[in-house]
Design a protein around this ligand. Sequence first.
Ligand SMILES: *Cc1c(COP(=O)(O)O)cnc(C)c1O
Length: 471
Amino acid sequence: MNQQRHPREDTLTDIFGTQEMRCPAPTEFIPKGKTAPEVAYQLVKDETYPQTQPRLNLATFVTTYMDDYATRLMNEAINVNYIDETEYPRVAVMCGRCLNIIANLWNSPEKAEWKTGALGIGSSEACMLGGVAAWLRWRARRKAAGKPFDKPNLVMSSAFQVVWEKFCQLWQIELRTVPLDEQHPTLDIDAALKACDENTICIVPIAGVTWTGLDDDIEALDKALDAYNARTGYEIPIHVDAASGGFILPFLKPEKRWDFRLRWVLSISTSGHKYGLVYPGLGWVVWKDKKYLPDEMSFSVNYLGANITQVGLNFSRPAAQILGQYYNFIRLGFEGYKEIQQNSMDIAAYCHRAIGEMTCFRNFAKEVVNPLFIWSMDPAYEKTAKWTLFDLQAKLQQSGWMVPAYTMPANIEQLIVMRIVVRQGMSRDMADMLMGDIRNAVEEFEKLRYPTQSRLLFEKNEKQKGKVYTH
Ligand SMILES: *Cc1c(COP(=O)(O)O)cnc(C)c1O
């Protein structure tokens, strides 16, 4: 703020009459002097002003609505550091209770008073912990057998979330991916087992695939893996990445066997801040039993009236999300969660139907198994269209919606899709507004006399592959 303060300015000067409001904001160096708090507040607040309203952001899986009491609880805990368990032992107790509740939702067979698990900043940290445990268990077994342990690998579908790429890079584990194709829109189990060998630390099926919204068939994988392990003598386990599904399946499909009821499922991770319905900053991982959590990863605390095990990559972290999660469990109960998830499912299914009925679109899957789905342009329509889904994304952004368009992972990367994630806070009325905006946008695109830039680029790419599209 290098400009002179106006001589007329004083303590009664309005925020928008101050010098700061007519100067550029600091971008490189810390300002030399001070700024009145109300002015600084306004400057920072206004930085965020032109952004999407979080609830119109249908790209994210992460919670964008919590009720007033939850918000109050979390704001009131904003100064509490989770790691200071001695000072805030009740936070640790609530965390342990949340883990117990989640472990029981996933049918943990563990009999201990405190189930074995950990919290993380999100599924990413939770996945890493699950992955590290699998790697250390594999390594210990290899060491004990006097076999080499320098070439670990992990097997999952190519529709993995980026955390698995990070995990494998950071821990130097080979990531073996099984591609998706038309016949296998989810993990191809035979191909997954073919990719396994004595160095496979675990297979990671996904409940709520980020790219498609579908679920890998975990029960079938477990069955096939059981036969495979019996035949080979390996002990390849399953870690379920249930970032979304971990809070959908227990409420909407309690009879479906995807969790600790399955023999080889030894750990499961989820995002408390996705369908756990808590604001960002919360993930959970649970092991089937204490014996699957390598000792090197845990340390025990004894001031909770019992020993509880503590594990994590982070040290300091906010405690507020734990209060939010525990509040949700009490406030909503099983019935409440079920109602919210069912509404999200119904609204997603409604949008899925509406999109499917438009001649220009084709849904990726017939079914909606999680409250999210993807669709692409109808191939016949695409031949002569003057626009792409990227144009639709940009158009919808003008009315505040964020509906992402993207290309699919390797092997089906030519497919451009669009995704809607329905969460708590998306009503049927909002869905109708969105569908109206989509219909209007398409109507306008159909009036185009010339192809859009994005369409021209698409045609250029297609031409290189030998496909010729006209418009
Ligand atoms: C979102 C997601 C993650 C990462 O979760 P964060 O909570 O954002 O860290 C991992 N796996 C899957 C399948 C996801 O959808």
